[in-house]
Design a protein around this ligand. Structure first.
Ligand SMILES: Cc1ncc(COP(=O)(O)OP(=O)(O)O)c(N)n1
Ligand SMILES: Cc1ncsc1CCOP(=O)(O)O
Ligand SMILES: [Mg+2]
Length: 223
């Protein structure tokens, strides 16, 4: 995804890219340093700020600290759940789930140039609906068990290969993805891997995780 504007993953041969999701809870100053190191370790397409049960003011202050770090590294800054705040912040985009708000309402709030991504769980139908409506990417998951979220669905690998063969709208795979289990998703044609714990809790640290994901992407792209 471009740092500003629309995703650029419409080349079917483009390598898979990393989409970072912030940890469920963090202290902004300390996490800024961790994020900087992670972003310096390899290509990152997007950083999604995903905060639950906090005030709007907390989201805005956290975004003010993290957005410049992401954008300076060439990553798009995406806000989870809140198109209204994404618009107010001037974020590059927003991610909405099926229980957040309809795609069309999110688009109306953020305008035509921002990225809007939509959770589609394990559903071809939801994804085709979102893609036809104009979503910039569709997100499938969870592909693996995850402690980050009580995920509503488990998505099969075949969904990734089917979407990749049939559709041009970029797809994001999410849920329990690590450097140890991601290879089949990348080989099946995922355009982006959205990862939280697999980066922030990697045994060798977040920067090593970003570097390792990128080595896997590069190896598969060369095959
Ligand atoms: C890239 C990406 N994919 C899926 C989700 C999940 O969104 P949602 O279903 O709305 O659940 P929450 O993340 O809001 O708990 C996501 N955030 N990002
Ligand atoms: C937000 C979200 N939506 C489906 S699974 C998930 C959690 C992603 O985090 P992790 O990479 O730690 O499983
Ligand atoms: Mg949501």
């Amino acid at each position: 995804m471009a740092a500003a504007g629309k995703p650029v993953q419409d080349d079917p041969k483009a390598p898979c890219r990393l989409y970072l999701i912030t940890p469920p809870v963090f202290e902004t100053k300390a996490f800024s340093e961790v994020l900087k190191a992670a972003l310096g370790a390899g290509d990152v397409a997007c950083v999604q700020l995903r905060l639950k049960d906090v005030t709007d003011d907390h989201i805005m202050r956290t975004a003010d600290a993290l957005m410049p770090l992401a954008q300076r590294a060439g990553a798009a800054f995406i806000l989870n759940d809140r198109p209204d705040l994404a618009q107010a912040l001037g974020a590059d985009g927003v991610h909405v789930g099926q229980d957040d708000m309809p795609y069309a309402e999110a688009r109306r709030l953020v305008g035509p140039d921002a990225i809007v991504g939509v959770t589609c769980h394990d559903s071809r139908h939801l994804a085709m609906e979102a893609g036809e409506a104009g979503a910039d990417y569709v997100a499938f998951g969870a592909f693996f068990p995850t402690a980050t979220k009580d995920a509503k669905s488990r998505a099969p690998l075949e969904l990734v290969s089917w979407w990749s063969e049939m559709m041009t709208v970029p797809q994001v795979a999410i849920g329990g993805i690590t450097t140890a289990n991601c290879t089949p998703l990348v080989s099946a044609g995922a355009d982006f891997l959205a990862v939280s714990a697999g980066v922030w809790q990697h045994a060798e640290g977040p920067a090593a995780a970003v570097a390792a994901f990128n080595r896997i992407f590069d190896d598969i792209a060369r095959q």
